[in-house]
Design a protein around this ligand. Structure first.
Ligand code: FE
Length: 215
């Protein structure tokens, strides 16, 4: 008798749990609107990594200038802000891929866990600013590479497709910000070098104070 009751309870529970499961399966959405091509999507995924790497590098810079032995709060603020901006760029690219229906399957390729800042120490503020400008120049080149790939209908895997919208977005928004940012860093390097030529370490100290006021 006990066995029969157990079997009935077990069967009822199994039937109920089948009804209550939260898995809805993959929705059947037509794919016609998902029109990005593989070479372009691959470049976009790589660019997300580039932005995240830049963010981590700027985090390292901010931390370096925050150390009690360095203590340059203006430089630290500048680089921590730059880290947030780079992270924001990565988010914008992810949002773009989502808008175009390109991230519905696997997001694990988007963010690698092995991003380590290549440089963790700088001899001076001007040294770090020059490193930042070189970093931005590399990022700019990478964005241009994404644009080139996404507007290349001759690529064998592009099926004659030119991604006008993405190219316009990257050119108008991302490159614009890159060029302005590069000019800003170049101006800062110019000012700091002049101040240090006349005032040595005091020049960097004064520049740091000015950065803190402006940011
Ligand atoms: Fe960026």
């Amino acid at each position: 008798m006990k066995v029969i009751i157990f079997v009935v309870i077990f069967a009822t529970f199994t039937a109920l749990s089948a009804d209550l499961q939260c898995e809805h399966g993959t929705p059947d959405i037509p794919k016609d609107w998902v029109d990005m091509v593989t070479p372009c999507v691959s470049k976009m995924r790589a660019q997300i990594q580039t932005e995240l790497k830049a963010s981590i590098q700027y985090l390292a810079m901010g931390a370096h200038f925050s150390k009690d032995t360095i203590n340059r709060p203006g430089f630290a603020k500048l680089f921590f802000q730059a880290a947030s901006e780079e992270r924001q760029h990565a988010l914008k690219l992810i949002a773009y891929l989502l808008m175009r229906g390109e991230l519905t399957s696997n997001v694990s390729k988007l963010i690698k866990t092995t991003i380590i800042p290549p440089v963790v120490s700088w001899t001076s503020g001007v040294d770090a600013l020059k490193d930042a400008l070189r970093l931005e120049a590399t990022v700019t080149k990478n964005i241009r590479d994404v644009i080139k790939k996404c507007e290349d209908p001759e690529d064998p895997k592009a099926n004659g497709y030119n991604d006008y919208h993405l190219v316009d977005y990257l050119t108008g928004e991302f490159l614009e910000e890159q060029y302005k940012g590069q000019r800003d860093l170049a101006g800062k390097i110019s000012n700091l070098e002049k101040m240090m030529k006349d005032h040595k370490a005091l020049g960097e100290f004064m520049f740091d104070k000015k950065l803190l006021e402006e940011l």
